[in-house]
Design a binder for this molecule. Structure first.
Ligand code: OAA
Ligand code: MG
Length: 389
């Protein structure tokens, strides 16, 4: 059993939307295909992966160094002999050969994307949905059969007024979501408050609305927003300041008792540990949003979950960023608290399997081997073009 080829391509996920920090007018995403010599249903098993939105495609790093480390390795060193499968941990170690610690940059995105494809292949070789494989191997066979998801959107874009914002949020409720998220921080506070109040007219209760500042605020602005939104009792107040400014995050906790969320831009278990050590995050109410596809993949995610456990955090406090099926599998298989969902943006990468409806804020997973990409036809079309050409 061996990996015979790894392919990557960069695809555009450009759109006119913007958050408080970036617009997505030039956003790209890497797609990876790990082609094996294992035959299932008469065809070679191919694992697929892609990187989460917000970081650009990582083809250059993959081509320059990561892919060759796998294709040039002795195939036997990449095998999990006990399970007669590929070994994602050995593959990860090989990918990270001659990489210094720290300064994670965006190599974590390149590795996370390849790692997703490896796990997809592993689950396909084992003939199980990935969440089932994860539960069987790491959670005594107990998987969640549905995952809580919230609808992320509420972006800024040209010509978007409150009527359109409200219609967008109403459409998420109509599609079965219970909690929605909107962007803040790209316009003055009073204007954001009017936007928030408009959305509250649709969702009814602040507990059904999360807001995301995308790391835009300094401490003073973060506190000003905290004071202003407190009366609405929102679901969470996300990524207020710079993702690596743990002191800012810790100080905010002195001004805002309600739930906060952060972590989507922390790309390693060491960075996650620093947040938990120094960021004043509260395990009884706050949320962590680490995204495996940006942060060295599931092999590293397991280390992050271990750090959390050691520091007194339940895995249920993690609701990953990214709205992709990989995190949905991790959520169901490793008992996270839920997952983000992008019902409309970042297509075809956002959203889950075709034909599986969100009901009362929960979504099920398709019962097919792997991550489930084959059950999302628009996404699978992009992947197939790479893997089967
Ligand atoms: O707008 C983005 O970069 C995405 C984001 O923060 C989120 O989904 O929480
Ligand atoms: Mg965010």
């Amino acid at each position: 059993m061996r990996i015979v080829d790894i392919r990557e391509k960069t695809v555009s996920i450009a759109s006119p939307i913007a958050n408080a920090y970036i617009d997505f007018s030039k956003m790209t995403c890497s797609v990876v295909a790990v082609i094996t010599d294992v035959i299932r249903d008469g065809k070679p098993v191919i694992g697929y992966g892609f990187n989460s939105n917000g970081r650009y495609g990582q083809g250059a790093l993959m081509r320059d160094r990561f892919l060759a480390r796998i294709t040039e390795a002795d195939p036997d060193t990449l095998i999990d002999h006990a399970n007669n499968n590929l070994d994602p941990f050995a593959i990860w170690k090989t990918l990270m050969t001659n990489e210094k610690p720290g300064g994670h940059g965006e190599r974590s995105v390149a590795v996370g994307t390849i790692d997703m494809a490896v796990w997809d292949a592993v689950a396909k070789i084992e003939g199980k949905p990935l969440y089932r494989l994860l539960a069987d191997r790491y959670r005594n066979g107990v998987a969640d059969d549905k995952v809580w998801v919230y609808a992320a959107g509420g972006y800024y874009y040209p010509g978007k007024d409150q009527t359109k914002l409200k219609a967008e949020m109403q459409s998420y409720l109509d599609r079965g979501y219970d909690v929605v998220k909107m962007k803040i921080g790209a316009v003055p506070l009073d204007e954001d408050i009017r936007r928030i109040e408009a959305v509250l007219e649709v969702v009814g209760d602040g507990r059904r609305l999360a807001v995301d500042a995308n790391g835009r605020f300094d401490l003073q602005t973060g506190i000003a927003y905290a004071e202003a939104i407190k009366p609405y009792n929102l679901f969470w107040y996300e990524e207020v300041g710079d993702p690596l400014d743990y002191a800012l995050q810790a100080e905010l906790a002195n001004h805002y008792e309600l739930p906060m969320a952060t972590g989507e831009n922390l790309f390693s278990h060491q960075d996650a540990r620093n947040l938990l050590r120094h960021g004043g995050m509260r395990p009884d109410r706050d949320y962590l949003q680490f995204d495996c596809a940006l942060s060295y993949g599931l092999v590293e995610y397991m280390r992050t979950l271990k750090v959390m456990e050691e520091m007194g955090w339940s895995s249920r406090r993690v609701v990953p960023h990214g709205g992709h099926q990989m995190s949905l599998n991790i959520a169901a298989g490793l008992h996270l608290g839920g997952n983000e969902s992008y019902p409309d943006v970042f297509q075809p990468f956002g959203g889950f399997a075709d034909g599986i409806q969100v009901e009362n804020g929960y979504v099920g997973l398709p019962d097919i081997p792997g991550v489930g990409f084959e059950a999302k036809s628009a996404l699978y079309a992009v992947m197939r073009e790479l893997g089967e050409s």
